[in-house]
Design a protein around this ligand. Structure first.
Ligand SMILES: [Zn+2]
Length: 150
């Protein structure tokens, strides 16, 4: 890999950047709610794609005349690609949202989601190793306690 050790922003990093931006713009609670809603739209999309693939597969035969076999193959391929991409996106979004929710309780005053972003570090700092995620520095709006969401 040529980019190993560079400061490129990965898809995972961008999710944490979205977390930081989301907290800044609309607050943690609304960001979390939107993540859950959007991720479940991806889940429904992947389920619909599965239904499309199964519907096209039912009664499929190369012996059928005309363009039908090709159209069915195309629809199955497209449904498979979109379905897998949607399912992958669903799991990633949900993972980041759950992880952020687990780390959004202030240890000092037990306030949930009363956060403001203090910092965000992206990229790879140590060549040859990839951090688990870029930490998002946050501060409790009630007591001022600071910690990072990683
Ligand atoms: Zn607090």
């Amino acid at each position: 890999m040529e980019n190993k050790g560079s400061s490129r922003i990965t898809n995972h990093d961008s999710r944490f950047m979205e977390l930081a931006e989301g907290i800044r713009k609309i607050g943690f609670h609304r960001w979390y709610e939107r993540q859950l809603t959007e991720s479940h739209v991806y889940l429904v999309t992947s389920f619909l794609c599965l239904i499309l693939v199964l519907a096209c597969l039912e009664g499929f035969s190369f012996r059928t005349s005309g363009l039908e076999p090709l159209l069915r193959l195309g629809a199955m391929f497209a449904g498979g690609v979109v379905g897998i991409a949607s399912l992958t996106r669903y799991t990633r979004m949900l993972g980041v949202a759950w992880r952020a929710a687990e780390h959004s309780i202030c240890r000092k005053c037990s306030a949930y989601g009363a956060l403001e972003v203090t910092s965000l570090r992206t990229g790879v700092s140590d060549p040859g190793s990839r951090p688990a995620s870029p930490p998002v520095g946050v501060r409790c709006r009630k007591c001022g306690h600071e910690w990072t969401i990683e």
